[in-house]
Design a protein around this ligand. Structure first.
Ligand code: AMP
Length: 125
């Protein structure tokens, strides 16, 4: 990641939002865009990103207007509903910052579902 305070216009999700590269869009509204993760970690693995330029959850939660926050988090639930995973359940993951292994410096939420996910994704430190 670049300087955490500086949004990288060349990050892969910025390119997807600009339409520079395809993403296989599965949901879009004024606040959010959702598409399958290119390296799925579960039978259902969807990424939901806000349309604004926010580096991380911390950045989004601190700077986004209330309407963008509400719209985005409602979109996450709507994507899960439309994906048909609401009844059996799903896991939301939001990696934030270097210790979390956040790779793409545009805020995103992972929706993981489609089978028993286990209690944790990795071994404890
Ligand atoms: P994170 O580690 O939380 O930053 O997650 C970034 C995710 O973006 C990873 O799970 C990648 O597989 C995924 N990813 C990277 N490039 C693309 C892409 N072009 N389309 C879809 N998913 C991508």
């Amino acid at each position: 990641m670049k300087n955490a305070l500086e949004y990288d216009e060349q990050n892969i999700f910025a390119k997807i939002l600009r339409g520079d590269i395809p993403c296989g869009k599965i949901y879009e509204d004024e606040h959010a865009l959702a598409f399958p993760d290119i390296r799925p970690q579960a039978p259902v693995h969807i990424l939901v990103i806000p349309k604004g330029k926010y580096i991380s959850a911390a950045d989004f939660n601190a700077r986004a207007p209330a309407e963008a926050l509400t719209g985005f988090y409602r979109a996450v639930s709507e994507v899960a509903r439309q994906a048909g995973v609401e009844q059996n359940g799903y896991r939301l993951i939001c990696n934030t910052g270097p210790d979390s292994h956040q790779e793409v410096p545009h805020f995103h939420v992972h929706i993981l579902a489609g089978g028993k996910l286990g209690r944790m994704l990795g071994p404890p430190l």
